[in-house]
Design a protein around this ligand. Structure first.
Ligand SMILES: Nc1ncnc2c1ncn2[C@@H]1O[C@H](COP(=O)(O)OP(=O)(O)OP(=O)(O)O)[C@@H](O)[C@H]1O
Ligand SMILES: [Mg+2]
Length: 344
């Protein structure tokens, strides 16, 4: 299992798809899963439509892909772990959609759950997961624990008393004057819905808590690639994988700097200006030389602070819209731990 993670927009989907294509070309049964709502994976793989379960690529043998529908996955999770009538009620609750699709840890948990199921199916040699574009990729690793906390939430104990309540207890809560007043002021059944939702979710608690442990075990054995660009925000996100990652998870196998300018561009400004080129062109070369230099410094600084394997992917000028483009991108990269992933 390979997790491709990092800050927003750095090239996670592109790299995950590229590695999946290269793995398939190496003869591995390869699956890439994304949660990207923008359909970038489908576009990058040549535009075939992806669904919530793996489908085979029409052209590349051995390549499978899926996109995560968080609400559909949560529906499966709830149906698996709660009695049918409770599951129906939970899914119909207006909060269900909000928690499952818009709450980042909810989305991350659904992705982790799907990923674990695919690994357990055992049909693929390599499963690549393009982690959700939530604030930081690190959320993905914390999602099982957070979801367990949410489902067993303290707020429930506060709302319902210490013991796991039955439905009657719930109606007692809903009848509480404070809830009634709040709902009257807010103009709806907001708190009533919250209380009911959390209570119903409680029915799935044991199942979800158990599953969260399985997922954690899979995460512990995964290979993680952190993607960054030489910009301050992506670098800060990458640093978090060294400063904040829970002990139970393996450190990243590599930090991949994407959209890198060629090293020899740093010398561009030192070259004698080519004859007949205008001042604007010379200025432009100088600007790119300065940028290439800045990128080099940023990588060196990172390397001096963290013991990490660094990889680089060049900034491609052509579009990346077919499996062949993605395969070329991975071939042009330096330092990716391809051996470790079984990719030739
Ligand atoms: N090395 C590269 N050279 C040129 N363009 C690139 C490179 N890597 C990625 N891109 C382009 O950058 C854009 C963003 O890449 P991508 O969608 O993979 O990022 P992401 O990290 O998945 O973003 P998000 O966090 O929004 O999901 C895409 O248009 C992609 O084609
Ligand atoms: Mg993406």
């Amino acid at each position: 299992m390979v997790l491709v993670t990092g800050a927003g927009g750095v090239g996670k989907t592109t790299l995950a798809a590229g590695l999946a294509v290269r793995a398939a070309e190496s003869g591995l049964a390869s699956l890439v899963m994304t949660v990207d709502p923008a359909h970038r994976l489908a576009d990058a793989l040549g535009g075939y439509s992806l669904v919530n379960h793996p489908t085979q690529h029409p052209e590349v043998r051995g390549l499978w892909a899926a996109t995560l529908d968080a609400a559909a996955s949560w529906e499966e999770i709830i149906r698996r772990h709660a009695p049918p009538e409770v599951a129906d009620r939970t899914i119909a609750n207006p909060l269900f959609e909000a928690v499952t699709s818009r709450f980042p840890a909810g989305q991350a948990y659904a992705a982790a759950d799907q990923m674990a199921s695919r690994i357990e199916e055992g049909r693929w040699d390599i499963v690549l997961v393009d982690t959700p574009p939530s604030e930081g990729g690190i959320d993905f690793f914390l999602a099982p624990a957070r979801t367990r906390e949410l489902v067993g939430a303290k707020i429930l104990h506060w709302l319902t008393g210490a013991r796991l309540p039955g439905r009657r207890a719930f109606f007692d809560i809903a009848a509480r004057p404070a809830l009634k007043l709040a709902d009257a002021v807010l103009g709806g059944r907001l708190l009533g819905n919250v209380a009911e939702f959390l209570l119903d979710l409680r029915a799935a608690y044991d199942g979800i808590a158990h599953r969260a442990d399985d997922i954690q075990t899979h995460l512990r054995s995964a290979t993680t690639l952190v993607v960054a660009t030489a910009q301050p925000t992506p670098i800060r996100e990458a640093e978090r994988f060294f400063l904040e990652l829970p002990n139970a998870v393996r450190p990243p196998a590599a930090v991949v700097f994407n959209r890198i300018l060629p090293a020899d561009w740093t010398k561009a400004a030192a070259l004698p200006p080519p004859p007949k080129l205008g001042v604007a062109v010379v200025e432009n070369l100088e600007r790119w030389a300065a940028e290439a230099h800045r990128q080099q410094e940023a990588r060196a600084e990172f390397a001096s602070r963290f013991r990490a394997r660094l990889a680089e992917i060049p900034w491609m000028s052509a579009d990346l819209t077919t499996p062949a483009d993605l395969s070329r991108l991975v071939s042009a990269a330096r330092g990716l731990p391809l051996d470790q992933l079984g990719i030739r």
